[in-house]
Design a protein around this ligand. Structure first.
Ligand code: SAH
Ligand code: SF4
Length: 367
């Protein structure tokens, strides 16, 4: 089976030459895919009919299909199936989750994508972590989430209240769905190259965010790559022990070393880091946590996102009450820490990304 969206434009052009086609066939295909979101080769009418017929049974440009969607006020969650039967998710958010908020109705949408089917890291608060791990996603499986989301938006204009006439409706992509992007870095990086390619999806690097649980080696490679993709780090506790309890990966990627890698990143790039902090009642919402955050974040240019824990069935953790959230924000303020409170978006459909298990629990989800 041919999976041509796993290739860069340059690789596809070379392949065309190898198979005796002019290299510009590659550009024609990319134009259909990335400006019209058309992935059915038969609809690419400027390609020779005979060649289209030949390719028909062997070429798969879109290795996912949408099998379900769930709508909420502020988000739409899409459930996909891979060719080998794994289930993954993406979430269309009506506001930019990872960066600044905006109420501008003309603002485009943020898409939260998955990088793996499941996740091997097993953070104790996370539904994806609970599900376990199947495999890394291929480049074209990452890209297909974007193409299918664009198609979905086009087919449901009323849902998003968009008045945009541009073909691309998504303005930001965040790798905050299922999986740890730095454990599938090669494919994530290649997908980003296509998403930012002027002849591809043509999204600015700054409009892409990678969220990591704190994989130090990945952060080092990311620093060296030196593209202005934004970095978000899931922190969840300012203390080594607290982090290890919540995130087993912190045992092999200890807090001190993580912070050092982040310092090197910031020294090298000058870019701000977003820290994500899920607030869990009685676990990391004390005054000393706020104090710890102050010490930890002092040397950084940062954005701190406080996200009240979104309950997951079968996980024995508690969402803090509104009052407790307010108190914690006050602790932070007193410690001189600037923070932004993120609503757990689309609570009913658990759109805080990465919560697939919670969601479609009554149907068979195969990882
Ligand atoms: N693996 C990466 C990216 C995917 S998880 C990472 O951990 O950063 C994306 C975000 O969803 C992370 O910040 C994670 O902490 C958050 N998340 C997971 N479970 C959650 C829950 N129950 N409530 C709120 N946020 C959650
Ligand atoms: Fe994996 Fe991120 Fe969930 Fe942790 S929070 S289990 S790293 S997806």
């Amino acid at each position: 089976m041919k999976r041509w969206l796993n290739l860069s434009l340059e690789e596809l052009r070379s392949l065309m030459e190898e198979i005796g086609q002019p290299p510009h066939r590659a550009n024609q295909i990319w134009t259909w895919v990335w400006t019209k979101f058309i992935t059915d080769i038969q609809r690419m009418t400027d390609l020779p009919k005979k060649w289209r017929d030949e390719l028909q049974n062997d070429l798969v440009l879109l290795p996912l299909r949408i099998i379900d969607s769930l709508e909420e006020e502020e988000s739409v969650k899409l459930l996909f199936e891979t060719l080998d039967g794994h289930h993954i998710e993406a979430v269309i958010l009506k506001q930019d989750e990872a960066t600044e908020e905006s109420d501008d109705p003309k603002k485009r949408l943020t898409l939260c994508v998955s990088s793996q089917a499941g996740c091997p890291l097993g953070c104790v608060f996370c539904a994806t972590g609970k599900l376990g791990f199947a495999r890394n996603l291929e480049v074209d499986e990452i890209l297909a989430q974007v193409i299918l989301a664009e198609e979905f938006i086009l087919q449901h204009p009323g849902l998003f209240g968009l008045s945009l006439t541009t073909p691309r409706k998504i303005s930001n992509i965040v790798f905050m769905g299922m999986g740890e992007p730095f454990l599938n870095w090669e494919n994530v990086q290649k997908a980003i190259r296509t998403l930012t390619h002027p002849k591809g999806y043509n999204l600015g690097y700054r409009h892409i965010t990678i969220s990591t649980a704190g994989i130090i080696e990945g952060i080092r490679e990311f620093t060296q790559w030196n593209q202005p993709v934004r970095l978000a780090v899931s922190l969840h506790s300012p203390f080594r022990i607290g982090r290890e309890r919540l995130m087993p990966i912190a045992k092999t990627n200890p807090l001190d070393d993580l912070m050092e890698a982040l310092r090197e990143y910031q020294d090298a790039t000058g870019r701000r880091i977003t820290f994500e902090y899920i607030l869990i009642a009685g676990v990391n919402d004390r005054r000393e946590d706020a104090e710890g955050l102050r010490k930890l974040l002092l040397p950084f240019k940062y954005l701190l996102n406080i996200i009240p824990y979104n309950p997951v069935e079968g996980i024995d953790l508690e969402t803090p009450s509104q009052g407790r959230v307010k108190t914690f924000l006050l602790f932070l303020k007193e410690a001189g820490i600037h923070a932004t409170l993120r609503k757990s978006r689309g609570r009913k459909i658990a759109a805080g990304c990465g919560q697939l298990g919670l969601l479609w629990k009554n149907r068979e989800i195969r990882l």
